[in-house]
Design a protein around this ligand. Sequence first.
Ligand code: URP
Ligand code: ZN
Length: 440
Amino acid sequence: MTLLIKNGTIVNADGSQKADVLIRHGKIVGIEKNVKSEIPPDKIIDASNCYIIPGGIDPHVHMHLPSPAGFSSDDFGSGSRAAIFGGTTTFIDFVTPKKGQTLSEAIKHRKSEAANCLANYSFHVSPVEWRDSMEDEIRDCVSNEGFRTFKVYMAYKDSIGLNDEVLLKVMKAVSKAGGMVTVHCEMGDEIEVLREKFAGENLLSPKYHPLSRPAEAEAKAVEKAIALAKTADCPLYIVHVSAGESLKHIRQAQKNGQQVFAETCPQYLLLDDSKYDGAFDQTAPFVMSPPLRKKSDNLALWRALGDGGLQTVGTDHCPFTLAQKRFGENDFRKIPNGAGGVEHRMALLFTYGVLEGKISLEQFVALTSTNAAKIFGFYPAKGLIAPGADADIVIWNPEKEGTISAKTHHQNCDISIFEGVKTKGAPELVIKTGIIVLEK
Ligand code: URP
Ligand code: ZN
């Protein structure tokens, strides 16, 4: 299959140019003005008035995540379809083994769950305990399975969370194997004390979810994870930063030359904790960890996207239906944590970042694909429009307007935390490894 894209503006993280893009056998083979194809293209795509950008890479999604309220409502099929509708052609999900299960057994099982995935995908692998073989299992993941990032949780201590001693062991093993640790930073024990306190006082509505997970509990965990990673000499990636206070530790570590990368998500940029005021059905959709913060945190995170303190925007896509959220109707601790967003990451960042002058067009590309490709080892095959790169391409129409709604989105969920939010900018056409997977 040969495709020729004409009349558009190519936008990469390091600059923009007007040129044609020639695609053959899944790869970009030529970029120049009036590029010549030896064989006639199967299709000529007119990208007039549009940007030609790398397919989005969402470094943080949870498809088909098990919870006591059932699996998160998007599986790999429906979630990847929604991702593509939003211009994301690659995402990174997670392998979370059961206790006692080896990492390689868990990877095999997770791959079978991802068999219907329509997007490119990879995994972060989660050691949820320590055992004698763990160092070898981690090395095997990197050397033989091709997965080099390991996600650990400082929260959820009663299930998948790790204590500091195990966290350090994992970081040392990952460092030795040449990988990177990604961390969910929230002080698990302190949060547990607050949750128990509120429950003891019969304060069980959704608004006690954020009150039991304060910003300081995140910032303190960020500081600790950075210190442990320094001791272990392990590259560190901090997921879903929500609190402005966390940024000072991240910036300081980066200034000191430590390999520390950090991600935020659209919900932490655009929504705030006023969403927890109201009745259960209105507030439970916003129960996620970490929770929504203050408007001042939104602003601090935007600033960090603009000045390079944060490197990526993921979604932590983990939707649950209203019926599933109602599992915690009488106790916020039972509300399944998470919300959907994989479909709207790029449109939200374009609308409220680029169009409001908070980030440039090139930064938009860096934050939605290039930086993740570099951090997670996909670059220059992904995250770049250049000869030799994979033809994962979005024709982005900057004028297309929309309003997000659960009634019209493609995520498999009857609620959306962005219900009613207006967007400007959307994919007109999406190509995944040389194949058109969306055409509007
Ligand atoms: O609330 C969230 N974020 N749910 C998904 C699991 C996690 O903690 O990342
Ligand atoms: Zn997550």
